[in-house]
Design a protein around this ligand. Structure first.
Ligand SMILES: *[C@@H]1O[C@H](CO)[C@@H](O)[C@H](O)[C@H]1NC(C)=O
Length: 318
């Protein structure tokens, strides 16, 4: 009997996990706004080892009474930390967490992570769900990114630089923004063209690259070449960096260029030089040809002259 209920309990957990994993994937992939119904704060946290972190979660969904807590690890796997059912918390064993508050509509449930270690870093998600109506969707919060600061690593904001597009690009132009030298990796990138935020045609690296004690990240903005070829236009890359207490914006801008006939100046120069060379070769060729013809004519004249004189002498001999 005990064994049976244990098996039932475990399979229930597995079912919940599978169901939520699939739902989370759908929500994350489609970028659904369903998670607006679940409010998770704060979005960013930087703590020192040994400290305690607290994350709050609330939802506004009728009849939902369960909040589940997950940790997303580096390999993007979700790990269930426990759940809150109405006013009771059920942390998984072996997790250094506790849950408090309430999972009911418009109430706040809190996850407390104690004794932080470097392994505690990751993104924490809460999900709201109806305990008795498992057919209904689970809604996820937007996640809380926690970094447990490594010793001897100073919090450093990024250096930002925008690079102008390659001259080799014709129809579209790609501007590249590089944020580098920052720690920890709590950044988001946005682009503006003449002060208007661009959301389409922006591609930002999913994860920052670690180089020693610091991170770097790049983002690309693609525009039509006619957008780029306007010297009065300003292209701005803004990197928002969370330093543990505040979000600091660091930005860099470049202005558009004058369109040099759809061709960069040095390419034009090369084409001109090539044309000059081809022309010279043609002139030289026709000159050599002319000399050759003159030589042939002179040679033929000489031959016929000799021949006639020989004929004459032969005629005389005969
Ligand atoms: C974060 O930024 C704020 C505002 O610029 C500053 O006062 C604070 O000292 C910074 N914190 C760290 C850890 O650098």
């Amino acid at each position: 009997m005990i064994l049976y209920s244990a098996v039932q309990q475990i399979s229930k957990h597995i079912m919940i996990f599978l169901f939520l994993s699939i739902t989370l994937n759908i929500v994350l992939v489609s970028g659904s706004s369903l998670s607006d119904k679940v409010n998770q704060t704060p979005a960013h946290m930087c703590n020192n080892p040994g400290q305690t972190a607290k994350i709050s979660c609330s939802h506004s969904i009728q009849n939902y009474d369960q909040i589940l807590w997950y940790k997303q690890t580096k390999n993007r796997q979700l790990q269930l930390l426990g759940y809150m059912l109405a006013n009771a918390g059920y942390p998984e064993t072996g997790q250094n967490v506790s849950m408090g508050g309430s999972a009911d509509k418009d109430k706040t449930s809190t996850l407390t992570i104690e004794g932080l270690s470097l392994n505690s870093s990751g993104v924490y998600f809460c999900a709201a769900r109806a305990q008795c109506d498992t057919g209904r969707e689970a809604y996820f919060g937007k996640g809380a990114k926690l970094t447990v600061l490594e010793p001897d690593h100073d919090v450093t904001p990024p250096t930002v630089q925008v690079f102008k597009p390659s001259e080799k690009e014709c129809k579209v132009k790609t501007l590249v923004c590089v944020a580098s030298g920052f720690y920890p990796d709590h950044v988001s990138v946005s682009w503006e063209v003449d002060g208007v935020t661009e959301t389409d045609s922006v591609a930002t690296d999913n994860t920052a690259l670690r180089e020693g004690k610091h991170y770097s990240l790049s983002s690309r903005l693609t525009v039509q070449s006619k957008t780029w070829f306007k010297p009065s236009r300003t292209f701005t890359c803004r990197v928002s960096f969370f330093n543990g207490t505040d979000t600091i914006d660091v930005e860099d801008s470049i202005t558009g260029e004058t369109d040099s006939g759809g061709m960069p100046n040095d390419t034009k120069m090369k084409i001109m030089q090539n044309a000059k060379l081809t022309y010279s070769v043609l002139i030289a060729k026709s000159f050599i040809y002319g000399v050759f013809i003159m030589f042939l004519v002179w040679k033929l004249k000489g031959l016929s002259g000799k021949q006639s004189s020989r004929e004459r002498s032969c005629g005389l001999n005969n």
